[in-house]
Design a protein around this ligand. Structure first.
Ligand SMILES: *Cc1c(COP(=O)(O)O)cnc(C)c1O
Length: 238
């Protein structure tokens, strides 16, 4: 493990933890109310291992091709298991792989994916897998971006809840850019509250990234997904 990288990660992690805690208090919430999911996409397994040694257990990845080998490499190196959050757009042909390592899939946005994930978890003989419905919060949705339209969220949530191998745990959203993150996250909170009438144990609201997590925490996020704030700027995607 490179000492300089390890201490850089530790400093950024501590600063981010403090900032999240302060934002919680400013929003009238308990400082430990929000789980930080550290998004390690594009960064090596060695960074995950460093962060795990500094007490991080929740990690997020958005591409199965990258996440599957990384989760495997890290598992071989660590004594206690991590929680992997799959946060990216998911194709049905990747469900079998994702079911092997993921603990929570944040990006369920269509019925076909519910069926495919349920089947994958059943075939892998794994315990039930947590699932969030990703909501498209863009008032003018662009085709091809992830997320169910708000009108479809309830049906997808009900579908998840009736499967054998998935548990419906809440909702996820990404604020539109450009756009107003406060309005977007308030919308997500309203949707979460409507759904909770039928699904009272689905309490997760996954919202907020490095640039907008304060707005998300104000709007009731239980999980923030932070990459750049902790790991630094990502190399541009190729
Ligand atoms: C990459 C990513 C994040 C983290 O973004 P940062 O700006 O690096 O904090 C959060 N959520 C999703 C869905 C992502 O793809």
């Amino acid at each position: 493990m490179r000492i300089d990288r390890d201490s850089e990660l530790f400093v950024r992690l501590e600063a981010t933890r403090e900032s999240v805690a302060r934002t919680c208090v400013a929003a009238g919430r308990a400082p430990g109310d929000v789980t930080i999911v550290v998004v390690t996409k594009t960064f090596p397994a060695s960074d995950v291992i460093s962060l795990a040694h500094h007490g991080v257990c929740d990690f997020g990845e958005n591409r199965d091709q990258e996440a599957a080998p990384k989760a495997q490499e890290v598992a071989a190196d660590l004594a206690s298991p991590l929680r992997w959050h799959f946060i990216g757009q998911l194709q049905t042909n990747k469900c079998a792989s994702v079911a092997r390592y993921a603990n929570l899939v944040h990006s369920v946005d269509r019925r076909k994916l519910v069926t495919a994930l349920d089947h994958a978890v059943g075939s892998a003989a794994k315990p039930p897998l947590g699932a969030l419905v990703q909501v498209n919060l863009d008032p003018e949705p662009e085709p091809g971006r992830g997320g169910a339209s708000p009108a479809d969220v309830r049906a997808i949530a009900d579908a998840i809840a009736t499967t054998e191998n998935l548990t419906f745990e809440g909702v996820m959203g990404v604020a539109p850019h450009p756009g107003d993150p406060v309005a977007a996250f308030e919308r997500l909170r309203e949707i979460a509250s409507e759904i909770s009438d039928d699904h009272p144990s689905a309490k997760i609201i996954s919202a907020g990234m490095s640039g907008d997590f304060a707005a998300a925490i104000q709007a009731g996020a239980t999980h923030v997904r932070l990459g750049a704030a902790i790991l630094g700027e990502r190399p541009p995607l190729t």
